[in-house]
Design a protein around this ligand. Structure first.
Ligand SMILES: [Zn+2]
Length: 164
């Protein structure tokens, strides 16, 4: 695929961000492993099956953070975009962490569309991130957080959630 076609495909994918296929929160086997390991095994990349669904956008248990979800966009067999997230409805707070866009699909609106879809699915929340932002990601978060309650400012998780 030529670069222009790849970027057109990425923009088309961004436009479908509300078309999401969902996977339940872990298989019974994953829940069993998590329970007996106290979540520890869940933090090891080899300990989890990373689920890839046959859909433009997917929502699955996070392979990195037990109890979190991963929202991802699939394009031509690649994970074009992915971000981990979690929400607490009691506190009306949401967190996103480590948004990732494949380099060749950057600046096609995937991250913007993915974050917007999460906000639309969980209206009324303030949105935050867990970690300090790296220097080179500050312009991204400044743009992403414009007009968003919480502005994706750093904030620790509330007591209702597992740590990221
Ligand atoms: Zn809470």
């Amino acid at each position: 695929m030529a670069d222009v076609e790849e970027r057109d495909a990425a923009r088309a994918l961004a436009a479908q961000a509300r078309n999401v296929a969902w996977a339940a929160d872990g298989t019974p086997w994953q829940r069993f492993l998590r329970a007996i390991s106290g979540g520890r095994w869940g933090r090891q990349p080899t300990g989890w099956t990373v689920i890839r669904l046959d859909a433009p956008w997917q929502d699955t248990p996070s392979s990195e953070r037990p109890g979190w979800r991963e929202r991802a966009a699939n394009l031509a067999g690649d994970v074009a975009f992915a971000v981990d997230y979690t929400v607490c409805t009691a506190c009306r707070l949401g967190w996103v962490e480590w948004p990732y866009t494949m380099e060749k699909y950057q600046r096609c609106g995937l991250a913007t569309a993915g974050l917007e879809a999460l906000r639309l699915e969980h209206p009324g929340l303030s949105w935050h991130t867990l970690g300090g932002h790296f220097q080179d990601s500050r312009p991204f978060w400044a743009a992403a957080g414009a007009g968003v309650p919480g502005s994706y400012q750093q904030r620790e998780t509330c007591p209702h959630l597992p740590e990221g």
